[in-house]
Design a protein around this ligand. Structure first.
Ligand SMILES: *Cc1c(COP(=O)(O)O)cnc(C)c1O
Length: 466
């Protein structure tokens, strides 16, 4: 037996000691073609990453020394942004993990135009003095919702916190036990209420709440009657709830405003097979809600934002609260939201991608799935097209069953296949149903089918390798 100290660890220590220094690698002639065109800092970053990876590899027990190819891999990593586009083959239109609403080209262009240079974000061009960043949005929002005034903050969770803090801090706010919901990501309505400094008064039961329950809870300390839209779950069976109209007639009589957290926030009724009806913001306002909050990137199909509309005196109190400053939106959000709202004002909701993705007729989806099947078939992948039922996502329309079509791939190990698809140059996010890999075409554009095909073909080749 070899008694040398290196043999026991397969030469690991020797290989670790032999790792080249960054200075040596910078001078290595074989690496020069890869590195010479790069800024020195980037070359150094790539070499550090490559050497670190080899060290981890050696410590992990893989006795492969440093190779120039390790630098290529590191350079590829450095030129791939962490946040980047993916192809959504889940069929879920408002996928929070995948960035929710895709923006309309009009909105993207508007963002680019103001992001590149200076803008009149808080500058009144007529007066030549300081203006409000919300000014371009107020006219559009009041016109589209029928409300008197509007404000926009970072997201709807922030909007709810702000409204409660501004209107009910130190006071009681009354809410039905059937609406103390968790929105997702641990965001729970009762926690937000506590955080706002409002005292939560629960009324009714999980399944039934009546006008008399609210009435009995009203005291001189009541600051707000709160209604939370059940956007991400449904209550069916033996149920009863008090609508906004009735709640606001009760509130008006006692001088207590009504706040509705609408969440999904549709501006127009959405048409499309399988969609359930979703109350529009205008319906809430017309029913008498004094303040309504909703998301910019759910059914509205705009950028992440929390939009607050309602009566002027209440909005004035909300705007004056310090949280408004803490939760303010940036110029890119204002730009994207203004452009998106203009599409609604101009009667072109179909130009908003979310709207269009939800409204696609099943025949169109079937044709697209068959096109993908054809492209994949040409690559030797075995595929069949199936009818599937999709969801809206993003905590909207929980009962909607969107008829869609998907390609089912015949693969060995579905989990591993999906993992490899995620590793493609443009990652593809699919799902598994009944133990098979499913690619739903609802959220894939025609021009993206080729990219999906490339990713699948590449993954299939990896599968065939031992
Ligand atoms: C989604 C949702 C929220 C949170 O909205 P974000 O814009 O994601 O912060 C709040 N309330 C309700 C009822 C919701 O559905």
């Amino acid at each position: 037996m070899d008694a040398s100290p290196h043999s026991k660890d397969g030469g690991k220590n020797a290989l670790l000691r032999a790792l080249p220094s960054i200075e040596q690698l910078l001078r290595r002639p074989s690496l020069a073609p890869r590195l010479e065109a790069l800024p020195r800092a980037r070359a150094v970053a790539a070499l550090r990453l490559a050497v670190d990876r080899v060290r981890i590899r050696l410590l992990g027990g893989e006795p492969r020394p440093f190779e120039d190819a390790d630098v290529d891999a590191a350079l590829r990593t450095l030129s791939t942004p962490n946040l980047r586009p993916v192809l959504n083959a889940t069929g879920v239109v408002l996928h929070t993990n995948l960035g929710r609403a895709p923006l309309a080209p009009e909105a993207v262009e508007r963002v680019a135009a103001v992001a590149r240079g200076y803008s009149n974000l808080e500058y009144d061009l007529d007066e030549g003095e300081r203006g409000s960043r919300y000014a371009p949005l107020i006219g559009l929002l009041t016109e589209l919702t029928g409300a008197e005034d509007a404000l926009v903050v970072n997201n709807c969770a922030g909007a709810a916190l702000l409204v409660l803090a501004a209107l009910a801090s130190g006071k009681e706010c009354v809410v039905s036990r059937g609406e103390l919901v968790e929105i997702g990501g641990g965001f729970r309505v009762p926690d937000v209420m506590r955080q706002s400094g409002a005292k939560l008064v629960e009324v009714g039961t999980t399944n039934r709440t009546r006008r008399a329950d609210y009435e009995a809870a009203l005291t001189p300390d009541t600051g707000l009657l709160v209604k939370v839209h059940r956007s991400n779950f449904a209550l069916v069976g033996f149920t009863e709830e008090v609508g906004v109209a009735e709640l606001s007639s009760l509130g008006r009589g006692r001088g207590v405003p009504v706040f509705q957290d609408l969440g999904s926030g549709a501006l127009v009724p959405l048409g499309g097979e399988g969609l359930t009806t979703e109350p529009t913001v205008r319906m809430s306002v017309e029913a008498g809600a004094d303040v309504v909050a909703f998301s910019g990137d759910k059914l509205l199909g705009g950028p992440q934002a929390g939009i607050v509309v309602g009566r002027k005196p209440l909005l004035a109190r909300i705007k004056a609260h310090p949280l408004t400053r803490a939760l303010r939106v940036d110029k890119m959000t204002v730009a994207a939201l203004e452009a998106t709202l203009e599409l609604y004002r101009d009667g072109r909701p179909e130009a908003v991608p979310t709207w269009r993705l939800l409204a696609q007729p099943p025949e169109v989806l079937r044709t697209r799935a068959e096109r993908l099947q054809e492209l994949l078939g040409a690559q030797g992948v075995q595929v069949r097209v199936v009818a599937v039922s999709g969801q809206v996502g993003g905590g909207a329309m929980p009962l909607a069953q969107l008829p869609s079509f998907a390609c089912v791939l015949k693969v060995g190990k579905p989990e591993l296949f999906l993992e490899r698809l995620r590793g493609a140059e443009t990652p593809v996010i699919g799902r598994i149903a009944d133990g098979e890999v499913l690619l739903d075409v609802r959220c894939l554009a025609e021009e993206e089918l080729r990219l999906v095909t490339e990713a699948v073909a590449g993954t299939t080749q990896q599968e065939r390798r031992p």
